[in-house]
Design a protein around this ligand. Structure first.
Ligand code: PLP
Length: 386
């Protein structure tokens, strides 16, 4: 197998110490990140308050611009936030829930914080509707489209589901939502960096995500994309002084919104997190997500092949076109088996109701996949079924 991407392993120290198959949770840290964080400390130490005017104030916009090609959106459309929850809250705060259009549509396979947040909007009048899945892996598209109607204000959809790694048909959802005057916020956290994205072509109104996973960017660097023609018409209630057109005038009273992306900013940018996010974005952009995807599909296909051959249940779509970057394998006593894998330096995780999640990224090799699956077989055969 041609595996030119394996050359990137030297840039990710952890891959020399274990079989790191958990990039759906926390991507490996690039070597360069340590230097970038040192640069942050040096700048703070040597330049002090002057650093704000020497790059720190604009760091959100500059970091968002590095992400733009990975998401397939124009520069100047992404603001940076602490995490998805905050970015999603800013989106939710752009709408009203006290008129006839008050329905928020999600599937019951969404990441829980998306549910927790929108549940809170019931107090403002929102009617939160969950579209049920039959198999816990995917949602029937027609059922989801049927739930989106003239009463819908917002649809919140994960492009790739965290529990099953199912890749959903976002274009069909956006088209239906637009037909009935609703907006769509896509959660692209489990997609960005492993599935090629063209959010502009999809027509997504908003996209949210973070940097911890496939982008290898670490915590504290969540992002919010807003469709550029929509942004000037939106007035988020959840804003701070950094969203003011002239923040350093310190005007009191109502805000005069800045243009996007600062319009969606809250307060002081999360500077060290943005220093730590950069190296991962640069590497992913340099390799190109199309090449990452090709390799990812080869490796996940092999994982699935071995899991099925061993008789395990695979809780991830088998079809490449419907699968993100992870594979979820359900074996008896899955939580204990996952702990044993980790003890043997095969780093994975376990999610109740799903199984053992394993995720190869561009720095993993086919040998590592074979090794992980062999260790899994050994553990399963040594563990009495419960
Ligand atoms: C699809 C998805 N959305 C949201 C989150 C949580 O995001 P945050 O912790 O940045 O709010 C996760 C975390 O695993 C996720 O997988």
């Amino acid at each position: 197998m041609d595996d030119s991407l394996a050359a990137w392993r030297t840039e990710f120290p952890i891959v020399d110490t274990c079989t790191y198959l958990v990039s759906h949770s926390l991507g490996a840290m690039p070597r360069q990140t340590a230097a970038n964080l040192q640069q942050f400390a040096d700048t703070w130490s040597r330049r002090g308050v002057r650093a704000w005017h020497e790059g720190w104030w604009e760091i959100g916009r500059v970091t968002g611009d590095l992400l733009a090609p990975i998401l397939g959106v124009p520069t100047g459309t992404i603001s940076m936030h602490q995490n998805v929850t905050v970015a999603q809250s800013i989106v939710a705060s752009c709408f009203r829930y006290d008129g006839p259009r008050r329905k928020i549509v999600l599937t019951d396979l969404e990441f829980p914080s998306n549910m927790y947040l929108f549940e809170g909007f019931r107090r403002y009048g929102a009617d939160v509707v969950y579209v049920p899945s039959d198999d816990g892996i995917r949602t029937r598209l027609e059922r989801l489209l049927d739930a989106i109607d003239e009463r819908t204000v917002l649809v919140c959809l994960s492009l790739v589901l965290f529990r099953s790694s199912c890749l959903q048909d976002a274009k069909a959802v956006v088209d239906k939502a637009h037909d009935v005057g609703a907006h769509v916020v896509l959660d692209v956290y489990q997609a960005a960096g492993t599935v090629p994205l063209d959010l502009e072509a999809i027509g997504a109104d908003f996209a949210v995500g973070g940097s911890v996973k496939w982008l290898c960017g670490g915590p504290g660097a969540g992002y919010l994309y807003v469709r550029p023609d929509l942004a000037p018409r939106l007035e988020p209630a959840l804003v701070g002084w950094a969203a003011h057109a002239a923040p350093f005038d310190f005007e009191t009273g109502p805000i005069e919104y800045a243009a996007a992306p600062e319009r969606f900013q809250s307060g002081t940018p999360n500077v060290p997190s943005l220093y730590s996010a950069r190296a991962g974005y640069e590497i992913v952009a340099r390799i190109g997500v199309a090449a990452i995807r090709q390799k990812s599909l080869r490796l996940t296909r092999r994982m699935i092949e071995r899991a099925l051959a061993a008789g395990y249940r695979v809780n991830t779509p088998l079809d490449d076109a419907e699968r993100g970057g992870a594979v979820v394998v359900d074996v008896p006593g899955g939580a204990a088996v996952a702990s044993e894998l980790i003890r043997r330096d095969v780093i994975v995780d376990y999610r109740p109701g799903a199984g053992i999640r394993m995720a190869p990224h561009f720095y993993n090799t086919m040998e590592e996949v074979e090794h992980a699956m062999s260790v899994l077989d050994e553990i399963v055969h040594a563990t009495p079924a419960r």
